[in-house]
Design a protein around this ligand. Structure first.
Ligand SMILES: *[C@@H]1O[C@H](CO)[C@@H](O)[C@H](O)[C@H]1NC(C)=O
Ligand SMILES: *[C@@H]1O[C@H](CO)[C@@H](O)[C@H](O)[C@H]1NC(C)=O
Ligand SMILES: *[C@@H]1O[C@H](CO)[C@@H](O)[C@H](O)[C@H]1NC(C)=O
Ligand SMILES: *[C@@H]1O[C@H](CO)[C@@H](O)[C@H](O)[C@H]1NC(C)=O
Ligand SMILES: *[C@@H]1O[C@H](CO)[C@@H](O)[C@H](O)[C@H]1NC(C)=O
Ligand SMILES: *[C@@H]1O[C@H](CO)[C@@H](O)[C@H](O)[C@H]1NC(C)=O
Length: 804
């Protein structure tokens, strides 16, 4: 009874405080709240994360997760539930603890007749004169002291007269709202820019205002459909403000404790925040990653490249193995200054750091060029306003922190010595000519081929009429001499690697084409016709995520497969290396995971053959020069496994760490054993750790992943090399899918078409069951001894004979 009575009393108090207004003498105790007029926001006491300390916070009332967007006493918690927030006659808010001492207070520079405290529908807690509704006459407002959330209607910027700055700052951790290391602010130096700082050091630059938005973030002349942005710069102040165009869209821009800025939009049906955009989406977001006079491109093979006319300062810059570019580039030809410089136009660029720049609103581009040319220390110019196409922006220092986009972006005119520019233009012209010649040749060739095809067709018709035609399968055959020549007689210098099916050599054909030759071990036990048939079918498999098989070579019992050669090595070369793994940012890793999934789907379902790879692993994923993954060695398992029945083999071919339990122990294989290996691969890509050889508290990688998952700490799996630059929801989804793929029972694992849907979609995923641990120790020792190739346990494919 008492409890019920208390609840009624409690709700009465709540009702009382839902009054829009609190007047002097009234207070809010721990447990009571103040609610905004439309019920969108609420102010009260809370404890963040696993902390027991009490804070006065402001949160979304209508969102079930109750996301806190502002904290009053972020630096000074109350340690029990005795806190009281009082409102005084002077319009000052004070937070008192059990000893009635002031823990936190608001302040104001003036007093009014009838001060009131009110929580507005925008999430702004304000102190104002009851009868004065002018938003400029507030005595105090929480919007002036933001924490980690930038809400629609808030301003960030600086009062250039008083020096008062409003900025977003991260929490220390999810358990501690005290001010952390990161902040988002307007840097007023030079031409003002929006930047993220860690301490006093800039770590990310959203750029200067370009008339639509901040120029570093894929600028586009199209205004955003959801938001309207405002940027004001005058003698008195500089600030930035953002409003939602559609009031029924609930959205916030927030900085997490590691400085990542993300815009969230509420999915009201699911009561979940969905990520709308991430400011630091890829490694090009790292301030100055490429150094001076270089640009970053997140789609290229290496992120950094010198601008045209510039060369790396240190020979190791841009070098693979160093993965260190910040030294930047210098001019190939020094500036001539008076005797003549010129400008080279670069397009689709995010403009360089403007903290030492100069701008004029009213100048034309032509005037801008003239002005820049006259001053020898002026390095570049650009339009200030991309909508109006006017204004002048000049750079007087080194150009740093530029990003290249594939579309949109801005034009930048960079100063070069005239002689250098002439040379570049000559080079471009000759390239154009070459292109024209190539196009002409292709047209002629194509025309010739058509004539031949028509002739062949006619001939075929005639042959058919004669009734002698037998469908002939085209099998690209190479003779042994050609291959021996190409590989320098299979010299060990040309050996690229070895697997359970044989050795792989690099080769070069006479006409200069590079190939990879797989020389199969001689015990395939397959008939010649069978072999030819299978190769013919596999040659026809074409998918951008599969390495292309060009042909084969048969001589006696010698059998070889000829593949296209990919110069950029395999996934394991990058992902497990402490320096090279930095080349694989999240964007690229995601791209690789998706590519492998597509290639595998094609093998399992879409190709004419149903192919089970049986040896999917990081070293079998080759990367082309745009980091597109290509699965290699596919089809071999099916073709050359030997001793195989529909789903069971005596000869277990695969690699420790990737093999599904049912395959390793019982030789049962199916598309689901590939799905298992794919799950292991995803985990390796996310963690940057080898499944084989990983051990932590007696767990292998799967066990480790499972433990962190069940302890709800999956983010600890993420490779430290990614820094903070990844999209949490995407990574979590990938981990979730990986765990579904490595479940113990094959029937629980999704097939590849579901995997692709899961990776791309937003649907809720089923909870994974415990993974199929496959720990080397648990292999019966008899198996090890009877291994056909002894289990020397290096990273190569191993072959085991199942003990019978
Ligand atoms: C704070 O408010 C409480 C409850 O209204 C009141 O008892 C107390 O005297 C106030 N304290 C101060 C310092 O104003
Ligand atoms: C109350 O706050 C004051 C001032 O911050 C502090 O010195 C005191 O220790 C606090 N008392 C308790 C019980 O937390
Ligand atoms: C109010 O307090 C804040 C932080 O304590 C301070 O930065 C600001 O200058 C004060 N404002 C006035 C008007 O006293
Ligand atoms: C505003 O957003 C709501 C919810 O997303 C949508 O249903 C509605 O069509 C939008 N209105 C306009 C004018 O865009
Ligand atoms: C900007 O350029 C215009 C036109 O050239 C000139 O009249 C004006 O004085 C310039 N403003 C500044 C601040 O330099
Ligand atoms: C060139 O511009 C810089 C930076 O604005 C200025 O300090 C310098 O005096 C200018 N030099 C000349 C010759 O105008």
């Amino acid at each position: 009874m008492e409890v019920v009575w208390c609840l009624i009393l409690f709700s009465f108090i709540l009702k009382a405080s839902t009054l829009e207004i609190i007047t002097p003498g009234q207070s809010i105790k721990d447990g009571e709240t103040l609610i905004s007029a439309g019920g969108s926001f609420e102010v009260g006491f809370f404890s963040p994360g696993s902390s027991k300390s009490r804070y006065v916070g402001l949160w979304y009332k209508k969102v079930s997760t109750g996301t806190v967007v502002w904290v009053a006493n972020r630096e000074a918690p109350v340690f029990d539930t005795s806190g009281v927030l009082n409102f005084s006659n002077q319009g000052i808010l004070t937070l008192l603890n059990s000893t009635k001492l002031v823990v936190w207070s608001s302040n104001t520079s003036r007093t009014v007749q009838d001060p009131v405290l009110q929580l507005l529908e925008s999430g702004n807690l304000v102190v104002k004169d009851r009868n004065d509704n002018n938003p400029d006459n507030l005595l105090w407002q929480s919007f002036d002291y933001p924490c980690d959330n930038f809400l629609p209607g808030m301003k960030i910027g600086k009062n250039l007269v008083t020096g008062f700055e409003t900025y977003i700052s991260s929490w220390k951790s999810t358990d501690d709202p005290a001010q952390g290391q990161y902040s988002l602010r307007i840097d007023p130096h030079g031409v003002p820019q929006l930047v993220v700082r860690k301490g006093s050091e800039v770590v990310f630059r959203a750029g200067s205002w370009d008339g639509v938005y901040f120029s570093n973030r894929k600028p586009s002349a199209k205004p955003s459909p959801l938001y309207s942005y405002q940027f004001v710069l005058n003698k008195n102040e500089v600030y930035y403000k953002c409003e939602t165009k559609n009031i029924s869209v609930i959205s916030r821009y927030a900085m997490n404790p590691s400085g990542l800025m993300q815009r969230f939009v509420l999915n009201e049906r699911k009561q979940e925040w969905e990520i709308y955009s991430t400011a630091q989406a890829d490694q090009c977001a790292v301030y100055g990653l490429c150094g001076a006079y270089a640009s970053c491109n997140s789609y290229g093979f290496t992120p950094c490249a010198c601008l045209e006319g510039f060369v790396p300062i240190s020979p190791s810059s841009g070098n693979w193995n160093s993965a260190e570019w910040s030294d930047g580039c210098i001019r190939r030809t020094p500036l001539a200054c008076d005797s003549g410089d010129s400008f080279m136009k670069h397009t689709r660029l995010a403009l360089p750091d403007t903290s030492k720049s100069w701008a004029n609103n009213s100048m034309s581009l032509k005037e801008c060029e003239e002005l820049c040319l006259r001053n020898c220390s002026c390095m570049a110019y650009a339009n200030l306003d991309i909508i109006k196409g006017t204004g002048c922006l000049l750079w007087f220092n080194e150009l740093i922190d530029m990003t290249e986009f594939n579309e949109d972006g801005q034009d930048l005119y960079i100063r070069l010595a005239k002689s250098e520019l002439d040379q570049i233009q000559r080079k471009m012209k000759s390239k154009k000519k070459q292109k024209a010649v190539i196009i002409a040749i292709s047209i002629i060739t194509a025309a010739g081929m058509m004539v031949i095809m028509v002739l062949l067709y006619i001939r075929k018709k005639i042959l058919c009429k004669e009734g002698k035609h037998k469908e002939k399968i085209e099998l690209p055959l190479f003779d042994l001499a050609t291959i021996a020549n190409a590989t320098d007689n299979f010299s060990s210098n040309n050996k690229l690697g070895q697997g359970g099916f044989g050795h792989v050599y690099k080769g070069m054909l006479k006409e200069g084409k590079e190939i990879a030759v797989k020389r199969l071990s001689k015990d395939s036990g397959q008939g010649l016709d069978e072999f030819k048939n299978e190769v013919t079918l596999i040659v026809k498999l074409q998918h951008r995520n599969l390495v292309k098989l060009i042909g084969c070579c048969i001589k006696g019992d010698e059998r070889m497969l000829i593949y296209e050669y990919l110069p950029n090595k395999s996934l394991d070369y990058f992902i497990f290396d402490k320096t090279r793994n930095r080349l694989l940012d999240w964007h690229r890793r995601r791209h690789i995971i998706d590519g492998i999934a597509r290639g595998l789907l094609y093998l399992h379902h879409d190709s004419r053959l149903r192919i089970i790879h049986r040896d999917l692993k990081a070293s079998n994923i080759l990367l082309d020069d745009s980091m597109n993954p290509k699965i290699s060695d596919f089809g071999l398992a099916r073709t050359f496994g030997g001793d195989k029945t529909e789903d069971k083999t005596r000869r277990v071919v695969g690699t420790y760490g990737y093999m599904s339990p049912e395959y390793a122990f019982h030789g049962c294989f199916s598309t689901k054993s590939d799905v298992f290996s794919f799950g292991v691969l995803i985990l390796e890509i996310i963690t940057g750790k080898r499944s084989r050889g990983y051990s932590d508290h007696d767990h292998n990688l799967l066990g480790h992943a499972w433990r962190l998952w069940t302890e709800e700490r999956p983010l600890e799996l993420i490779d430290k090399a990614l820094g903070d630059f990844y999209i949490i929801t995407e990574v979590l989804r990938c981990i979730h899918v990986a765990l579904l793929c490595v479940q113990l029972h094959p029937e629980d694992r999704p097939n590849m078409s579901s995997v692709l849907l899961m990776l791309g979609g937003e649907s809720t995923l089923p909870q994974p069951k415990k993974p199929g641990y496959f720990i080397e120790k648990s292999l019966p020792s008899a198996d090890k001894r009877s291994g056909e190739q002894s289990s020397s346990l290096n990273e190569f494919t191993i072959t085991l004979l199942e003990a019978r």
